[in-house]
Write a protein of this length. Sequence first.
Length: 416
Amino acid sequence: MKILLENIRQLVQVEDKARTWVSGKEMGSLRVLEDAFLVIDDDQIETFGPMKDFNENLVEGADMVMEIDCAGKIVMPGYCDSHTHVVFPASREQEFVDRINGLTYEEIARRGGGILNSAKRMEQRSEDELFADAMVRLDEVKRMGTTAIEIKSGYGLSMESELKMLRVIKRLKANSPMIIKSTFLGAHALPVEYKADRQKYIKLLIEEMLPEIDREGLADYMDVFCDQGFFTVEETAQLLEAGWKYDLQPKIHANELGLTGGVQVGVKHQALSVDHLEHIGDDEIKALLASKTMPTVLPGAAFFLGMPLSPIREMIEAGLPIALASDYNPGSSPSGNMNFIQSLACIKYKMTPEEAINACTINSAYAMGVEKIAGTICSGKQANLFITRELPSYSAISYYFGANPVETVIINGEIY
């Protein structure tokens, strides 16, 4: 079957030849076709162009052609959300109240809250329960335009619970139409019972968890929370080196709480992305400029926790690419709305709509390793895109903050 999208007000993020990412001044450019058409053949984008160039021959010979009139509407590639924790056991709204009453993120963690709170609850949840809850969350973000998503473990912090989370992600891959990447984040926090012997837990991660994860094929990437109060640069290096032995490229949490060397250790170990980056200096920017590591900012977490904002303007002006992700999780960013992430990027970080869209599509596709099949409108890529309601331009997506502009989602040529 072929699908014809016609009379598209703006077809956004088109390219004739697939690019890897955009950086620096290029982030301010966005190729857009006005009054356009797009043809989908089975699960791939076949062709597109201005309506004046459309010819019926482009859809002839198909068993069936579905025509969708997109007059007044925007068509964009689906969002690639490259950093999430959507497999979790329960919400943590009490910690939200605690922060309102003056407790800091670190104080809540010392009281057994935060990641350790989720880890304790994870023990009590079955794989079936976790799977059902996560499928609901995936359906939620899909309705808001996300068609590719990375999901981390990290709320287990034990052999049994970490494997349980990763097995759930594997089930999600098999049952959701979305592109899903799995990341092993056993080094999300240090379990209480290992506080007096950190190396004992690291040994468990390296010698027991990693071999079993490899045997079952449960992860695409490996993550470490390299920051104040979590894992040191030396511990992070030890873990990332072990992960590479199983072909698990790093995607690490870095510099959320301070200038702790997370960016440099990520770059040194060829991380696909370094994420958070609320604290960035000249040394971090220089390291990233000399690398193939994608700087990924998580505006939802900074917004929800009231943290310092990543210096995105400085980073772009230095020539760096930027990716944006939701960090959807129960403690610090309980939302997977990538439209709102773009609004925050524009309002708080002073990104232009063009920069924000590039950061949520082509650059975030790279940050989760799917840039060859997703992130742009390009012939031969998977037909993963969305159609908005009637909007005057793509800038209205970030302008109407908190709203969901998405009317129709297409994943692998299937309409949702």
